[in-house]
Design a binder for this molecule. Sequence first.
Ligand code: ADP
Ligand code: MG
Length: 653
Amino acid sequence: MKRLATLAAIAAAVLFPFLVTSPYYLHLVVVIAIFSIVTMGLDIVFGYTGEVSLGHAALFGVGAYTAGVLAFQFGLGFWIAIPCAIVVALAFGALLALPALRVTGPYLAMVTLAFGTIVAILINEMTFLTNGPLGISLSKPLFADVREQLPFLEMSRPRLRDVEYYYVVMASFALVVLVINRLLASRFGRAFEALRDSPIASDCMGVSVYRHKVLAFVLSAGFAGFAGVLFAYSEQYIAPNNFSFELSIQFLLAVTMGGRKSRVGPVLGAAIVVYLPNLLADIGQFRAVAGSIAAVAVLSGGWRMIKLPEERLRTLVPVLLCLGFFVFSLLLEKITDYKLTVFGLMILFMVYYLPEGIWGFVRTGLAGFVSAPAPIAARGDDANVWSATAPRVAEGRALLEVKHITMQFGGLKALDNIDLTVMPGTIHGLIGPNGSGKSTMMNVLTGIYTPTAGAVAFEGQDIQGQTPSAIAGAGIARTFQNVQLFGELSLLQNIMVGLNHFYRGGVADVALATPRARREEAAARLRAASLLRFVGLEALAHEEARNLPYGKQRLLEIARALALDPKLLLLDEPAAGLTAPDIKELIAIIHKIRDHGITLILIEHHMDVVMTLSDTVTVLDFGQKIAEGKPAEVQADAKVIAAYLGGSHAEAA
Ligand code: ADP
Ligand code: MG
């Protein structure tokens, strides 16, 4: 189905200049394709990582002006402009993203907003370079040099030039779609989605949120720069006001309206943004389009209502509104008076009724047509799960040594001068009443919190002060008390995020689909499938993680943590919310993990679980260590009984 649609689109694009001879429409399609390159790139940042950029028009302008300046000042042409503009845009992207994404919050939006303003002013003022407000003229490259009228299709020289350029833009567009598809299907795309769903879990899986956000933005800037060159040569004239702040807003609107996280959505959005001004100038056309939209809405909405009866009302409203819009278009006399109103109404409508954009809406209806992903053949034996077997650590030396850790939140000492030694190959229980500081300890160990005082050594190396992703890379994996899955990724993809460390190929490998990139992806898939099998979830491999029942989510989190090949695995209340049979399974899984040489720290409220599993138990109370020893000793400790097991147990004892 998908392949068929792609082939049809390619055929239509190839035949278009022969079917439609009007230069106006040829140019329109070219501009839509160019804008689509920007919006698809912007979608990586906005749709996937969830950051807002208000500077894409400026990056687009940087690309266009690189081409313009090269032609104007140095007489250099199209083919030189492309790599130069991409490099310049990538550099500007890095310049913006590196400082802005260090902190979370709306900083990228603010920085890119400032950038947009500065670029507009600089292009205007730096007359010696950019020719200022007068702009720069260029001329389209001509590839086939023919002197006469072409014998076929009666193509004149200017027409030939336009058609040639059309194919250049279309080929560029196809190339960009291919590269973006590959990137987003790779570990990079998974990382982009994962970090939006749960930044903490991403970092703790060794997928640095910061680095991947920067990467997403820089890539996106590169695409905008590329589109800029295409635009400069398509218009054959550029001026500063082509790249205003408004255009940045339009790019964002295009992605939102068309539908995030797809290729179709941003293209649809770009078509709307480019075409709407023309449409609003011509009432006849406007009616025709409003009519077709209404027809599509009725058809797809009807289908959706049959497929998803529980969403009947949510579907009906937008369909009715589309119909209403058509009626409104019939009543309108002079549409130009209502230009802004129509635009505003469309945006409101989108925000209220189509939060997933047009394509998001249509796609859910189409879900039945799209074939399910192919099942993966998981290797039956556990060998593949442990293929890289956790490197054994020298026996006799502590794997983890925590010294005098204090963690203060304002006046509260969540951890007060705690020492903790974990020997390799053991299961170390960490217990204590609610609020005693157990989870805080995990957050300190994994670098989420920087302790107020004290030191943490892992395999003799000081890890305190390192970033969570560096600590994960060193071999400490964890699960979370409040489950932190990547909700919109499938189970298989969740685990593959944990396998990020396993890849050697970079962005270029992925973009070119080198044998190494394919090999690594296939191996990672197989490994992930085996891990899923290990926790008994392989039947649900392609389900979205957020649809799993709670107990299964916890098991998935353990499998994902194991994907890191950790030496030390921290489990924060893994049995919470699990049913009795699930707990049994969990205990078996924990035993297996330990048998493979992985050391565990286990926080748990189910006493029976901790006591049967642990070699050593540490008890915290109000941030202080009140007891430590073998499970039996700890259980008999008067202080523990008093503080932790509560009055009734104390009496019973
Ligand atoms: P538990 O042993 O139940 O896992 P926690 O480690 O979650 O306990 O919490 C220990 C104490 O530290 C609690 O009083 C909690 O309110 C406090 N605390 C934990 N995280 C923070 C934070 N980020 N800011 C302020 N207080 C915190
Ligand atoms: Mg806790």
